[in-house]
Write a protein that binds this ligand. Structure first.
Ligand code: ZN
Ligand code: ZN
Length: 413
């Protein structure tokens, strides 16, 4: 086995053992780009070696997604096949695991009408509501990870020669997933412990509010009552600890739905439904977005905010220092899963129930009473920079510095 092959094997092993933490006898549902068959086969082999009962591979072809938007009649975009949603519900109800290998071409939907894209996204959201509630409450182990495709590598490594781009993206993915370490599974254990430790410190602080200040940003975010900071992974309903995002560098919690005031400006482009939204500012009053501007993708942002009532409110507050493995690469990936782990971010839309105490056992009404936002959408957007300062306000009104110039002030180790 050459070095590249060894790394592919280590990466596949990590996704199965740490990502979804596959248990003997489990069914694995594996989504993967059609362009990456070799790696997908390695993942399948690792899954069976870990005791999988059955591995269902679903190939994703972005070109086919685009063909639909170019050629299908208008009523196609309000349709979503119910059987697809039912499959996912059954997967969750029967205790399967879900691994999605992602590689989104940021330019995929260039020139496609934003209305069509948002209609299709909405139809999918409505049909997949039950499935999403299972995922949001960690009913099963699920994991999102990245693999390179040509289109995505072309965007991220445009400065390199054609033939080098895909490999360069593999190398970066190996690095930020600690595949270059002697024993990546052990390194991840350590990494998760440090994120858990950090969450523990923040949970003891019990901040009432966070105050963000930076260029184009002056924002106060009240946190939900009984909020819980989480970092690393989480437990599924069978008590198995899995890691939903690989890589992950964030600690995050739940904002109170009606407690955000002021304005915030994005610091990275946002790849939303195959189109870019960039240089945007949101203004909040009592939690709600009351005004917004965007240098690029204004219409897409408008569609996003109009998805439903909850799409005008925040559902996640996440802290990531500038001095972290992904940030230090100084590269924009045009992929939320990666970019969000390089930058402090917020999410528009639904909150995660596990971000309040006993949240996964609460009803929708009980969650809302604790300040949780509900929406069909959940979209992270990046606000971190080396100019961002954040203060935390304690329950007794004391204000203390949390971030200065994009990095932690409190002792984090
Ligand atoms: Zn996040
Ligand atoms: Zn998020």
């Amino acid at each position: 086995m050459d070095n590249y092959e060894q790394q592919l094997n280590k990466y596949a092993d990590l996704l199965i053992k740490v990502g979804v933490k596959l248990q003997p006898g489990q069914v694995l549902y594996l989504e993967s780009p059609i362009e990456v068959p070799e790696f997908t086969r390695i993942v399948v082999r690792k899954a069976y070696e870990a005791g999988a009962k059955f591995v269902q591979v679903v190939w994703v072809d972005e070109t086919i997604s685009r063909i639909r938007f170019e050629s299908a009649p208008d009523d196609s975009f309000t349709y979503y096949p119910q059987w697809t949603a039912s499959t996912m519900e059954q997967l969750c109800e029967s205790g399967g695991a879900l691994l999605s290998l992602l590689a989104d071409d940021p330019d995929l939907m260039n020139g496609i009408d934003a209305g069509k894209i948002s209609a299709a996204a909405k139809a999918a959201s409505v049909a997949r509501q039950k499935f999403r509630s299972y995922i949001r409450s960690n009913k099963i182990s699920w994991c999102l990870a990245n693999v390179p495709t040509r289109a995505w590598a072309n965007k991220v490594f445009a400065e390199l020669a054609d033939a080098e781009r895909v490999q360069a993206l593999w190398d970066v993915l190996f690095k930020i997933n600690r595949i270059d370490h002697e024993d990546p599974v052990a390194s991840w254990k350590e990494h998760i412990q440090s994120l858990q430790h950090l969450s523990g410190i923040l949970n003891e602080k019990r901040y009432k509010k966070l105050h963000y200040k930076g260029p184009g940003t002056d924002l106060t975010v009240a946190l939900a009552q009984e909020h819980v900071w989480i970092g690393g992974g989480g437990w599924n309903q069978d008590g198995v600890y899995f890691v939903a995002n690989m890589p992950t560098e964030e600690v995050f919690t739940m904002p109170h739905r009606s407690g955000t005031n002021g304005y915030v400006t994005s610091t990275m482009p946002l790849n939303y439904n195959g189109g870019l939204i960039d240089g945007f500012t949101l203004t909040f009053r009592d939690g709600q977005v009351v005004d917004f501007t965007a240098n690029v993708g204004y219409e897409s942002l408008k569609e996003l905010l109009e998805t439903d009532e909850g799409a005008k409110y925040l559902g996640e507050v996440a802290l990531v220092p500038q001095d972290s493995p992904i940030s230090n690469l100084n590269r924009i990936f045009y992929d939320t899963g990666l970019d969000e782990n390089a930058s402090c971010h917020l999410a528009i839309g639904s909150a995660y129930p596990f971000n309040v105490q006993n949240g996964t056992k609460l009803s929708k009404e009980e969650l809302e009473a604790r300040g949780a936002n509900t929406s069909m959408t959940h979209v992270d957007f990046m606000i971190g920079s080396a100019q961002l300062d954040i203060d935390g306000e304690r329950q007794d009104g004391t204000v203390e510095p949390l971030f200065r110039q994009g990095n932690w002030v409190i002792v984090t180790s």
